[in-house]
Design a protein around this ligand. Structure first.
Ligand code: NDP
Length: 462
């Protein structure tokens, strides 16, 4: 999705905050997604900044929070199945290591560029802080498109990508994981190449590994399950529950599939899922086994659902509102990509009676869409809090790797539930403390920022 919110300057009551936002805009003019994320976070911090303005200004704290510690860009040459040489661009943004080794996924998608890498890395700092686990923020990836590539092409690409990336990562330095286009297959090839070059079994250098070589049970499910645990808490705090609610989900990848699974287990009726071409609408309830077979086994298109369920309807995307958002639902779970819900989609969803939006993806709603939801009393579970279950379980995977031990599925799932419940509690508390009511978008930003600011202050001017 390319439509971002308007990039006009934001005016707050803090002169320092306004200056920093203007600096960000002047320094990063060609990075709309990054600026969108910076403005969304910084503007919601207004009451915190006003309280500590002189101190933060003296420490140049906000200027440092928005500047990555390091950005690595590199060439990734590889040979396709026809023997043709190809070249992609690789990235790793090591944004903020104050709380622990940089941690964040790798995305392989043709839209990847520096702006997208920086917005994801920036969001990751706050998300990781909310988990309460010792992990800093980072992100990486490549503009490589895995769609339609053979397993051998994927392997050759991953080996070339890791040949450079290995110089910059390590289990106490920077620990990548998966994201869009990077699942267990890719992590396996990346880990193999890392091990071969380093001649060292450093299991904690990557997370999302296969279960037979150091992966954690429940990591695959964690982001989607975590989203639903957060949603459960948010609904409960507002006198609602998932049971009996109609749910629509954008995407049909890792996050979408396991959000669907957990929502079904709470008695919700999931009626639609999508991919980048369009969505399937099954008013009798999505049969998740069929979606898993199409996406996890065949790597096919969501349209193929109709071959198994002819009574379902397929709606192709055309125009600025993705087809899935035209379907009536109580709970909306955007689990595909950034800026998937713009203001036009938000208006339709509100008109159709949406009560809550849970961001499984990173920044799936434009800033004006979020504002519109909040103005219309739609609860919003912000991505950096609601989808933190993936990275939290990655940190649990690192923990198990260090102990050379494994927890059972239930043990990991219980810890995940506890972490998500705690993230919601922190988010709610911060929102209430600073007069934001049930605006959990602001609450999450404030709760995370306070932790990061305190630790950055302790570590001096670095
Ligand atoms: P997957 O690659 O498994 O799935 C991505 C899904 O989103 C696919 O259905 C894909 O459809 C769709 N999609 C991707 N790009 C676009 C696009 N430009 N327009 C429309 N649809 C698109 O990725 P994940 O499920 O892992 O990630 C989904 C989101 O969740 C991302 O925003 C990611 O950053 C975020 N996230 C993921 C975590 C994880 O643990 N995996 C953790 C926290 C956040 P198609 O096949 O047609 O491309």
């Amino acid at each position: 999705m390319n439509s971002t919110c308007t990039l006009d300057s934001v005016k707050t009551k803090s002169e320092y905050l306004n200056d920093v936002i203007n600096i960000a805009m002047a320094k990063n003019p060609n990075e709309p997604e990054f600026l969108q994320a910076v403005k969304e976070v910084l503007s919601s911090l207004e009451p915190v900044i006003l309280k500590h303005e002189a101190e933060y200004k003296e420490l140049a704290l906000l200027e440092r929070v928005i500047e990555p510690e390091r950005i690595i860009t590199f060439r990734v040459p590889w040979i396709d199945d026809n023997g043709k040489a190809r070249v992609n661009r690789g990235f790793r943004v090591q944004f903020n290591g104050t709380l622990g080794p940089y941690k964040g996924g790798l995305r392989f998608h043709p839209t990847v560029n520096q702006s997208i890498m920086k917005f994801l890395g920036f969001e990751q700092i706050f998300k990781n802080a909310l988990t309460g686990l010792p992990i800093g923020g980072g992100k990486g990836g490549s503009d490589f498109d895995p769609k339609g590539k053979s397993d051998n092409e994927i392997m050759r690409f991953c080996q070339s990508f890791m040949t450079e990336l290995q110089k910059h990562i390590g289990q106490d330095v920077d620990v990548p994981a998966g994201d869009i286009g990077v699942g267990a297959r890719e992590i396996g090839f990346l880990f193999g190449q890392y091990r071969r070059i380093k001649n060292n079994y450093e299991a904690g250098v990557l997370t999302g590994k296969g279960l037979d070589y150091g992966g954690s049970l429940a990591r695959k499910e964690a982001t989607g399950y975590g989203l639903i645990y957060f949603m459960r808490e948010m609904l409960k705090a507002n006198g609602l529950e998932l049971k009996g609610k109609t749910v629509i989900i954008s995407g049909s990848g890792n996050v979408a599939i396991y959000a669907c699974e957990k929502a079904l287990s709470y008695g919700a009726n999931v009626v639609a899922m999508s991919d980048s071409n369009g969505c399937v609408y099954d008013k009798d309830g999505i049969k998740l086994d069929i979606v898993k077979e199409i996406k996890e086994v065949k790597r096919g298109r969501i349209k193929e659902y109709l071959e198994k369920v002819p009574s379902a309807k397929y709606m192709e995307n055309n125009g600025e509102v993705p087809a899935v958002y035209t379907i009536k639902a109580d709970v909306v779970l955007p689990c595909a990509t950034q800026n998937d819900i713009n203001l036009s989609s938000a208006k339709i969803l509100v008109e159709n009676g949406a009560k809550a939006v849970g961001e499984g993806a990173n920044m799936p709603c434009t800033n004006d869409a979020v504002e519109y939801f909040l103005k219309n009393k739609v609860l919003v579970a912000p991505g950096k809090a609601a989808n933190a279950g993936g990275v939290a379980t990655s940190a649990l995977e690192m923990c198990q790797n260090s102990m050379r031990y494994f927890w059972s599925f239930d043990e990991v799932d219980k810890k995940l539930d506890g972490i998500m419940t705690n993230i919601f509690a922190q988010t709610k508390k911060a929102a209430e403390e600073y007069g934001y009511g049930n605006n959990y978008v602001a609450g999450a930003n404030i709760a995370a920022f306070r932790k990061i600011a305190k630790a950055m202050k302790s570590q001096g001017l670095i």
